[in-house]
Design a protein around this ligand. Structure first.
Ligand SMILES: Nc1ncnc2c1ncn2[C@@H]1O[C@H](COP(=O)(O)OP(=O)(O)O)[C@@H](O)[C@H]1O
Ligand SMILES: [Mg+2]
Length: 229
């Protein structure tokens, strides 16, 4: 693998949350390198900092210290405006809590990022149909998101993360509410997305069957990440 394939290189990352009750150290020297076409599963106990790391990678949180090189560019100190642009251009994020837009339909929820990206209406509809079919939610396209079951919301959240064809898929326990057949279906979809060798996948999971389908597995504990052989 050559260096130009490296899409994310994170070194010596630290994160302390400052709270009135004192500092909460969560990440303490995290190193992470991921290449285009690679898949990484992150395992680890609850509260160990997995979501925090994913939020930092997805540029929703700024770390306390460290280096973050995205596609060859150091971005640890970029301003909020650039951050928002990188976030939009690079990442598809599946949040642990789904975070679907309240009072909208599945279609509207998925259309939002495409409008932002300047995709014309007809292509928007085509892309939404395609990705919803892939997560077996095509029959719910005009359903209100708040009427969906937990597992259905999770599948829509996955579709929304993929509809913009991101360079990096970041998924925080994306199969936590799914049965094993739907979990494997989501993994099929993720792995197909990265098979273009341009996209990378980082996912957090508790499910070893899901982790086993990724090329690499890391274990999070004590604020650092260790690769599992
Ligand atoms: N905004 C915050 N302020 C203070 N503490 C936080 C904040 N976000 C997360 N934490 C703490 O950081 C630790 C790691 O949280 P998290 O990354 O969500 O863990 P995981 O995803 O591995 O379960 C937890 O102890 C949590 O309480
Ligand atoms: Mg979490």
């Amino acid at each position: 693998m050559n260096n130009s394939d490296c899409i994310i290189k994170i070194s010596n990352l630290a994160m302390n949350f400052h709270t009135p009750a004192g500092d909460i150290p969560v990440l303490n020297g995290v190193n992470l390198e991921i290449h285009k076409g690679e898949s990484l599963a992150i395992l680890g106990p609850s509260g160990s900092g997995k979501s925090t790391l994913l939020f930092i990678v997805g540029l929703f949180l700024t770390p306390t210290a460290g280096s973050y090189v995205l596609n060859g560019r150091e971005i640890i100190d970029i301003d909020e405006k650039n951050k928002a642009e990188f976030r939009r251009n690079y990442f598809g994020f599946v949040f642990q809590s789904c975070n679907l837009i309240e009072n909208s339909t599945v279609f509207e929820d998925l259309e939002y990022p495409l409008i932002y990206a300047g995709i014309p209406p007809r292509e928007r509809k085509e892309r939404i149909d395609e990705v919803l079919t892939r997560v077996h939610m095509g029959h719910r396209i005009y359903h209100r998101t708040n009427l969906l079951s937990g597992g259905e919301q999770q599948r829509v959240a996955v579709a929304r993360a993929l509809v913009n064809r991101p360079h990096v898929i970041l998924a925080d326990e994306p199969t936590g509410q799914l049965d094993s057949e739907n979990s494997q279906n989501i993994m099929d979809l993720f792995l197909e997305c990265i098979s273009d060798k341009k996209t990378a996948l980082i996912l957090v999971t508790h499910d070893h069957k899901v982790a086993d389908r990724c090329a690499k597995t890391c274990y999070f504990n004590g604020g650092t990440l260790t690769e599992v052989a």
